[in-house]
Design a protein around this ligand. Structure first.
Ligand SMILES: Nc1nc2c(c(=O)[nH]1)N[C@@H](CN(C=O)c1ccc(C(=O)N[C@@H](CCC(=O)O)C(=O)O)cc1)CN2
Ligand SMILES: [Mg+2]
Length: 292
């Protein structure tokens, strides 16, 4: 049996369309155009591409985009001063500081400076706390994307499913585990110290791999019919000096066993920006109509 391929590109297009409709409705009703500020420090080539795509898709969704590109040697104090200016700017409803930051900057201190109402990455302690408590707030983008993709494969009710999350990062592993728990899944979090990872994988109806290790999850680790959500984006060298993108799952093997699987590229990645646009509209709506 060959798995259904979950088309993240097409699903992301639909989600971006919904964000564009909500942005247009907000502007028509209030005159306020949602605005997203993206801050990039340094010239990491992958980050430059992501930031460029964020700006392009923000404008395409009818929102305002503000790009701030800072030199790699920008001080932490200057970066925080920019974040504070963006917090106070009424045209900016969402602020995103592209990760990773250069090593001399403490990303925790920078994230802490972001107004939680504008924290469209959902990374501030206030929003992370709300997620733990199940009290709404802005939710990290990639984890939201993972849930949307899982529901495309399984339908809207994930209750009772065995879910395994490999990886415990603040950006993906921890929040996706909380979101799966909120969907009434039975959630296990695996990481580098987990014993018998393959055995845990074989019990999972939903497997989320977010570990950053190319093709680590093998086909024979997967429960037949499981939904596999591959968050990994690993660039590996090929013959002739070329590179190829692969996920954390050995795709060709896994698709023979899984019921549904996300490809890399074209799976989770496009959902990250689509959910960012949704969060930007959500943040703008809340700032324009507080308490609504
Ligand atoms: N502040 C943040 N920094 C980072 C985040 C984030 O959510 N917030 N996530 C990643 C990077 N990222 C967005 O910022 C991102 C990664 C990948 C994609 C994507 O569409 N990937 C494509 C493949 C792209 C390629 O060829 O390299 C895909 O998977 O199809 C979008 C956004 C880390 N930093
Ligand atoms: Mg650092």
């Amino acid at each position: 049996m060959s798995a259904t391929i979950i088309d993240g590109k097409a699903i992301a297009e639909t989600v971006r369309g919904e964000a564009a409709d909500r942005a247009a409705a907000l502007e028509a009703a209030t005159g306020v155009k949602p605005g997203l500020a993206v801050v990039l420090v340094g010239n990491d080539p992958a980050s430059e591409v992501y930031v460029r795509n964020k700006a392009r898709l923000t404008v395409a969704a009818g929102m305002a985009s503000f790009e701030h590109k800072l030199r790699a040697n920008t001080s932490e104090a200057d970066l925080i001063a920019l974040v504070e200016r963006l917090n106070a700017d009424p045209l900016v409803h969402g602020i995103l500081v592209q990760m990773p930051l250069p090593g001399h900057i403490d990303s925790d201190r920078v994230v802490l400076a972001i107004d939680p109402a504008k924290d469209v990455d959902g990374l501030t302690p206030a929003n992370a706390g709300r997620l733990v408590l199940g009290r709404g707030g802005l939710v990290p983008c990639t984890p939201q994307g993972c849930i949307i993709l899982a529901k495309h494969a399984l339908g809207p009710d994930l209750a009772g499913k065995e879910a395994l999350v490999i990886g415990r990062s603040i950006l993906v592993g921890k929040p996706v585990a909380l979101l799966l728990q909120a969907e009434s899944c039975t959630v296990t979090m695996a990481h580098s110290k987990t014993h018998d990872l393959a055995g845990h994988c074989r019990r999972a109806d939903i497997l989320v791999a977010a570990v950053g290790r190319p093709e680590m999850v093998k086909g024979d680790w997967i429960k037949p019919g499981a939904v596999v959500i591959d968050v990994g984006i690993n660039r590996i060298a090929q013959e002739g000096g070329k590179t190829r993108l692969v996920g954390d799952v050995a795709y060709e093997e896994a698709r023979e066993v899984a019921g549904a699987i996300t490809p890399v590229p074209g799976g989770v990645g496009p959902m990250t920006i689509a959910c960012l646009l949704q969060n930007t509209v959500t943040a703008a709506e809340a700032q324009v109509r507080p308490g609504a």
